[in-house]
Design a protein around this ligand. Structure first.
Ligand SMILES: Cc1cc2nc3c(=O)[nH]c(=O)nc-3n(C[C@H](O)[C@H](O)[C@H](O)COP(=O)(O)OP(=O)(O)OC[C@H]3O[C@@H](n4cnc5c(N)ncnc54)[C@H](O)[C@@H]3O)c2cc1C
Length: 490
């Protein structure tokens, strides 16, 4: 590693800051000093409670034991997201992280299912969907392979990582940063705290959340605004007591008049929130709609968060790299923020450890990769909105008629005309996930691959029914989610 990056300063102690610090401490093994500066007074956003399966890789790489992690973070298992009322009020579908099985391959399976005109949903052919619907959970094995993620308390996760990072030599400094001292080349030389202390560094990781203290405020990197495509700009969050013994192993996302509501079950409480667009619903009305939906006694006052969807034009400028909300935010519908944090950390670690100079080319590569990743996930999230048949409020009329990003319009057209699921580079979601949204939103291609019709109908039907029954029987033998969780926690 270049001498230049011997002192790394992480500004911010939310999930982004401590995930970055723990990964740096693990990967660099003492080759650089790492210091996290955060202000308890400012606090953290603390609402990232639903995750993506890649979080398991992150935890494994830094050596976290699953049971210990679940105990420390009030964690539960997550098999996917149940989307209610997105197509029409009263209709729902499930997006799992799993594929639909190897019988024919996901897409062929879907086409055969439609061809046979089976009344039950496609999800009956998918192990994790059936598990979710039955409230059951078992860890994947040779017979049932699927991906899973977690729900957890973001404040406790940051605290858990802080302890781990400190054990691995990361220094922790409390204090509010009131000034940023620049270098002659425009980079950052040091941050100054309100008590006069100065923290110098060679490389600064800006994890200061929506404040974007270094990249946004100090270096004035422009913001690429996505709000014309992703118009939500606020959220009310309110946790409540758990009302039942059973814990659903999935996130619920219910479309509402001016946005959508989340329901995220943890061990001891349930997280509720309403993500809304203030262009289409009054802020107080959005809060009232959330409070009317709570399925337990509130354990805190509802909290309002405001944001703009989009990202900084560049993520790495001079010696400042932004990771987490300081780099951008794409609304929480598919729980991708922590995934994007992890993606940024992965890119950074590769650059720091592969020994190449961290020059202009390296920065350009990092920036292009990060921008593309944001754009791919942006398109995937828009897909959930733009295929709606709802016209019952201004939000739904807007999202169903708005001009789409070219990259998304192209993909939708290919699907609609030819049944092709086009993939770009830097995808956050694979073809099976795109298929799950198209299928859930009943968005069928005009024609299927003619090869599908060559499979004799009787054989296809037999196979589908056998698969459905096999899955139902194996899921019936699995424990309920809270039972399995209880065993793991013990
Ligand atoms: C409504 C909503 C719902 C969300 N849901 C999900 C979800 O389900 N799944 C998911 O993956 N993500 C979700 N997210 C995103 C997730 O919350 C964040 O990605 C994650 O918590 C990381 O935040 P952060 O660390 O970047 O910022 P923060 O948690 O805000 O941390 C910022 C840190 O910077 C410090 N700081 C700021 N200014 C200063 C200063 N002047 N001096 C010193 N320190 C300073 C603060 O003290 C704090 O420690 C959601 C976000 C929102 C808004």
């Amino acid at each position: 590693m270049s001498q230049k990056y011997d002192r790394i300063v992480v500004v911010g102690g939310g999930s982004a800051g401590w995930m970055t610090a723990a990964a740096l401490a693990t990967g660099l093994r003492g080759r650089a000093s790492i210091e996290v500066v955060e202000s308890e007074e400012i606090g953290i956003v603390g609402v990232g409670e639903a995750t993506f399966p890649s979080i398991r890789q992150y935890n494994q790489i830094i050596g976290i034991d699953e049971a210990e992690f679940l105990r420390a973070t009030n964690g539960t298992y997550k098999l996917g997201i149940r989307f209610c009322d997105w197509l029409e009020v009263g209709k729902d579908y499930f997006h799992t992280f799993g594929h639909f099985g190897n019988l024919f391959g996901s897409q062929t399976l879907w086409a055969q299912h439609r061809r046979m005109g089976l009344a039950e949903p496609l999800g009956t052919q998918c192990v994790p969907t059936v598990m979710a619907m039955k409230g059951r959970f078992a860890l994947p094995n040779e017979q049932a392979q699927f991906k899973y993620a977690y729900h957890f308390d973001a404040v406790q996760y940051a605290a858990f990582l802080r302890r781990l990072a400190q054990q691995r030599g990361v220094r922790h400094t409390q204090g509010r940063i009131v000034d940023v001292i620049r270098r002659a080349d425009g980079g950052v030389a040091a941050v100054q705290l309100d008590d006069g202390r100065r923290i110098e560094g060679d490389l600064f990781i800006d994890c200061s959340g929506f404040h974007s203290l270094l990249l946004g405020k100090t270096l004035a990197e422009p913001f690429v605004d996505f709000s014309h495509w992703l118009p939500v700009d606020g959220a009310w969050a309110c946790p409540c007591e758990r009302s039942t013994e059973e814990i659903t192993p999935y996130t619920m996302a219910t479309a509402l008049e001016g946005g959508w509501a989340w329901r995220i079950p943890l061990q001891s409480r349930t997280g509720h929130g309403h993500v809304f667009s203030s262009r289409f619903i009054d802020v107080d009305r959005a809060r009232d709609q959330l409070l009317a939906r709570l399925d337990g006694k509130p354990v805190a006052e509802p909290r309002l968060l405001r944001f703009t969807t989009g990202h900084r034009q560049r993520f790495w400028v001079n010696n400042v790299i932004a990771i987490g909300l300081s780099s951008g935010f794409l609304e929480p519908l598919e729980s991708t923020s922590i995934y994007l944090i992890q993606d940024g950390i992965g890119r950074l670690m590769t650059m720091l450890t592969e020994g190449r100079p961290l020059d202009e080319d390296a920065r350009a590569l990092f920036n292009e990769g990060s921008s593309r990743r944001f754009a791919r996930i942006r398109d995937f999230i828009i897909l959930h909105y733009c295929l709606t048949r709802r016209r019952d409020s201004e939000l739904w009329r807007h999202v169903s008629s708005m001009a789409l990003p070219e990259t998304l319009a192209y993909r939708i057209e290919l699907w609609r005309r030819y049944g092709v699921l086009h993939e770009y580079d830097e995808e956050g979601f694979d073809a099976t996930s795109w298929l799950a949204i198209h299928a859930g939103m009943e968005h069928w291609p005009e024609r299927d691959d003619p090869v599908f019709a060559e499979i004799p109908a009787e054989r296809a039907l037999r196979a589908l029914l056998a698969r459905r029954d096999g899955i139902a029987a194996s899921v019936e033998r699995m424990p309920l989610h809270h039972q399995l969780l209880g065993q793991v926690l013990r």
